[in-house]
Design a protein around this ligand. Structure first.
Ligand code: SF4
Ligand code: SF4
Length: 445
């Protein structure tokens, strides 16, 4: 049950590394303030503490230097899932999650668990997406939806400002704000990674997006681990799934076995723990936790698509003239679908409109795509006219120059660009084709 025991002076506890703590060989399941303070007092003294690292607990130090220790794993009966949604809604969140619409599972406002696609799954392969009905009443037995969560944090169209002419003066009102308080329910592990990537793009650099930051600051994330592997998923290659390890407020693993239906719940933050305090849960038995872990391992073993990532950025950067780019160009329609569905793509354009009176003007930001002709149009011409150059730009940015720019790959292995490409272009196969012939090509140079 416990993974590690250490005896340390309290002042030398490596807090940053801790996932779990049990003091005096007695597990302190302490979501209560009194326990927290008692431990904090211990920490002020020179007591030697016996510390056991426990994979199901979580510890953090608050701004007053109090140590919080919590058993963060519990069990939520599926019949009580509505309580979680209600707790989030009462806490002021607009709950968003998967619903059925237009023969697909899409993310939209989620008023109750009755809106979830109960008993539905999906079948995905290159250029193919179909809903399939299941015999069980699972809530989350499907894979990445066509849309990603970016449409809420970084909407397809956003008004940036309005200008009104009043006599000789101009009034400008900034409308690039967002005070929405979203709770995303059902974020897949790969999608969590995609959100972190967009955080880097919109918040870490010199030019920050205030509206994105506001929406992100207010965001509550309920991650749902994947209990089924889609035909286009390759998250295990990109090390983003199928299990969420961190960066969520709550994570759920759905278990529907032997007539029982429940979720193993982990609180990933103090906020997540406080929301779970409002929901009826019980202690998860070791067998129940083991069942959820086994489902995760089974999902991982069923992911058949792979992306070989070793040396990938350099491979692509050194093969810009590889003949395979011409081969892809014969198939690619430059429709831009792959960029629209990708949870990390962030390119945009700006459009201005004025009314007929000439008194009012508005500026909008819209998603754009490196596949459109105008995207690469600059004074003096267009530097990316061919299909080959546009596909190459997209793929090499995602998997190579993105790493130079942001320190991580721009791909999280969700598989959307493969499923939703109308001609079934599969980036894992295109990379493999270049990798497989790269040596010959270099020799022929
Ligand atoms: S490039 Fe494709 S597989 Fe990778 S994150 Fe984007 S949509 Fe998903
Ligand atoms: S790769 Fe597929 S989805 Fe992307 S632009 Fe080409 S045809 Fe469209």
């Amino acid at each position: 049950m416990y993974s590690r025991v250490e005896e340390l002076n309290s002042r030398r506890i490596p807090l940053a590394k801790m996932q779990a703590v049990i003091i005096g060989l007695r597990c302190l399941f302490v979501p209560h303030e009194s326990h927290i303070r008692r431990q904090a007092m211990c920490l002020q003294s020179d007591l030697t503490l016996h510390i056991i690292w426990h994979s199901h607990c979580r510890v953090w130090r608050d701004k007053n230097d109090f140590l919080h220790i919590m058993n963060n794993t519990s069990k939520l009966e599926a019949s009580n899932l509505q309580q979680l949604l209600t707790a989030l809604q009462r806490s002021g969140y607009t709950t968003v999650g998967p619903i059925l619409r237009d023969d697909a599972i899409v993310y939209d406002k989620l008023d109750s668990v009755n809106d979830l696609p109960v008993g539905w799954s999906d079948e995905q392969s290159p250029a193919n997406y179909r809903l399939t009905k299941q015999s069980g009443a699972s809530y989350f037995n499907f894979n990445a939806a066509p849309q990603s969560w970016k449409r809420f944090l970084y909407p397809p169209v956003r008004k940036l400002f309005t200008i009104r002419k009043d006599g000789k003066s101009l009034g400008i009102s900034n409308e690039n704000t967002d005070d929405m308080k979203y709770a995303f329910v059902g974020v897949r592990p790969c999608e969590l990674s995609a959100i972190l990537i967009q955080d880097e793009v919109f918040q870490a650099g010199k030019y920050r997006d205030d509206a994105y930051s506001a929406a992100r600051r207010n965001l509550f994330i309920v991650a749902v681990n994947c209990t089924t592997a889609g035909g286009t998923c390759f998250c295990s290659s990109m090390k983003t799934g199928p299990e969420a390890k961190n960066n969520f407020d709550i994570s759920l693993t759905e278990v529907l076995r032997d007539g029982r239906h429940f979720f193993i719940v982990k609180a990933g933050t103090e906020l997540g723990a406080s929301v779970m305090d409002l929901v009826e849960t019980s202690a998860a038995s070791p067998q129940e936790v083991a069942t959820a872990d086994a489902i995760m391992r089974q999902t991982e073993s069923r992911i058949t698509k792979k992306m070989e990532t070793d040396g990938l950025p350099a491979l692509l950067a050194e093969n810009l003239e590889h003949p395979h780019w011409d081969d892809v160009a014969k198939r690619c329609l430059t429709c831009g679908n792959c960029t629209m569905v990708c949870p990390t793509c962030f390119c945009s354009t700006v459009e201005d409109t004025t009314d007929l009176s000439g008194q009012n003007a508005e500026r909008f930001r819209r998603w754009d795509s490196c596949f459109t002709v105008d995207f690469s149009k600059v004074a003096g011409g267009n530097f990316r006219m061919s299909t080959k150059s546009r596909y190459r730009q997209w793929l090499t940015h995602k998997l190579s120059s993105w790493v130079d720019q942001f320190g991580v790959s721009g791909c999280v292995g969700c598989g959307r660009c493969i499923t939703w490409c109308p001609v079934g272009i599969d980036l894992t196969a295109e990379v493999q084709a270049i990798r497989g012939t790269e040596t010959q090509q270099r020799k022929g140079d």
